[in-house]
Design a protein around this ligand. Structure first.
Ligand SMILES: Nc1nc2c(c(=O)[nH]1)N[C@H]1C(S)=C(S)[C@@H](COP(=O)(O)OP(=O)(O)OC[C@H]3O[C@@H](n4cnc5c(N)ncnc54)[C@H](O)[C@@H]3O)O[C@H]1N2
Ligand code: MOO
Length: 414
């Protein structure tokens, strides 16, 4: 059986990225994150007109240090049209934040900097030219590129596109996924009164697979379980692979006589041959990948902790690239190791589960104490994985890492 290096596994995945179709996407409807398929240009100037950034008075260039009263000739609110007449020396126009300023405005002097009395204002201090005025097109001019292909299309990008008058853009289509956990020992829908029979375990893995895929905007349309039955697993794999883009099969990926994942993935009609079935990574060596007619199928290890590192180390960056995130790659960040980590010398790439946090301004990774593929409880506090290629990481050494818990770290919740 061929065993390939971690980097070779990623290289093969990259070479077999499915081509995802694009779809027009509204900037006015709330969606899960997607990725832009094309550069986007502003349809209007942003802001569309020169506007006041303060409640105050628009004044002429000759009056920036005026000592004599300025006559207030108009009053403009946000939503009003700009006054038709050009501002002349000696005049002021009362403006509210967001209101268009008249032609001839050199600055807006905020209310706190004037004495206003009887339709006139007196400056309490000189005002620099340009003060509190945002010129039309200051943020972007019509035709400027405001977002690029490969950038994320989420609420933040939608806000920019809307403001710049872009109501629709092209994004890559979102993906659908199915999870198929296999194993006759798995209890998948416990009732309150039901305990484990001898030899049984509660199915755990689909929980984090489903929630992490959801955070990537992948809709998980089916979560199924199959006993260790060759035909049942193959049938479910075929049915699900026809229905969704991404099939994640867990369990039965190893070499035992009841390990049917490879056969099941191979029997999916069409597509290309299995890209790999075993990777020099620990945990997570039994790891299958196969392009299918509708997308892709992975066979992850049955051990939940091994499936977790396989998923975050290779499946997540692959899915992100497939979704259109051009920059996605395994272990994209670096951190300093906190505490020494030692392991048996093997040619495997080890993937450590651990915790990323800030020490001052430095990102620091602390490995969980228990790294065995049989230990799952550490996942409650795990928020990252790190790559270890030798048998030792010294305290303070730079290590490549990946977040595994999305936005939670920035809230300090984990
Ligand atoms: N003779 C060999 N045996 C094994 C090898 C090997 O190279 N030669 N590899 C070992 C390694 S490494 C791993 S990892 C496991 C992976 O095996 P499978 O993918 O076939 O996984 P299973 O045997 O189906 O299950 C392993 C373990 O995990 C439990 N499990 C499975 N699914 C779930 C789930 N959804 N939730 C919770 N727990 C689950 C299952 O009960 C087993 O205890 O193979 C080694 N063996
Ligand atoms: O690859 Mo296995 O996950 O080490 O137990």
């Amino acid at each position: 059986m061929e065993v390939i290096a971690f980097d070779e596994a990623w290289a093969r995945l990259e070479r077999h990225l499915p081509v995802q179709s694009t779809a027009p996407t509204s900037s006015w409807a709330c969606t899960h994150p997607r990725w832009l398929a094309e550069d986007v240009t502003a349809a209007v100037d942003l802001p569309p007109f020169s506007r006041s950034m303060m409640d105050g008075y628009a004044i002429h260039a000759e009056d920036l240090a005026a000592r004599t009263p300025l006559h207030v000739v108009a009053d403009v609110r946000a939503g009003d049209e700009a006054p038709g007449a050009t501002l002349a020396p000696g005049q002021a126009v009362r403006v509210r934040t967001g209101a268009p300023v008249p032609q001839g405005t050199a600055a807006v002097v905020r209310e706190e900097w004037v004495d206003a009395e009887d339709g006139a204002i007196r400056l309490l201090r000189p005002v620099p030219a340009g003060e509190s005025v945002q010129p039309q097109g200051d943020d972007a001019r019509r035709g400027d590129v405001i977002a690029r292909a490969g950038q994320v299309f989420d609420g933040q990008t939608q806000a920019v596109l809307r403001a710049a008058g872009v109501h629709e853009c092209k994004c890559l289509q979102p993906l659908t996924a199915a999870i198929l956990s296999t194993g006759s020992e798995l209890v998948t829908a416990p009732r309150a009164e039901q305990c484990l029979a001898p030899g049984q375990v509660f199915a755990a893995t689909d929980a984090f697979l489903q929630s992490a895929l959801g955070q990537l905007g992948v809709s998980v349309v089916a979560v199924e379980h199959a006993a260790d039955d060759r035909a049942a697993i193959a049938d479910a794999a075929q049915r699900l692979a026809t229905r969704v883009n991404l099939l994640l099969l867990t369990g039965g990926a190893s070499v035992g006589d009841a390990d049917y994942a490879r056969e099941a993935l191979e029997s999916i009609a069409g597509g290309e041959p299995v890209l790999f079935e075993r990777v020099f990574m620990r945990p997570g060596a039994p790891f299958l990948a196969r392009p299918t007619p509708h997308g892709f199928a992975f066979g992850l290890s049955g051990n939940p902790a091994a499936a977790y590192v396989q998923f975050h180390a290779l499946v997540v960056p692959f899915v992100l690239r497939w979704l259109g995130a051009k920059e996605a790659r395994p272990f994209p960040l670096t951190a300093l190791v906190e505490g020494e980590v030692r392991a048996k010398p093997v040619k495997h790439t080890r993937v450590l589960r651990g915790h990323l946090h800030l020490r001052g301004a430095t990102l620091v990774f602390r490995a969980e104490d228990r790294q065995s593929s049989g230990s799952l409880t550490g996942l409650v506090s795990t928020n990252a994985i790190a790559r270890m290629d030798g048998d030792r990481l010294a305290d303070g050494q730079v290590v490549s890492v990946a977040w595994t818990r999305g936005w939670l770290p920035s809230l300090g919740l984990v």
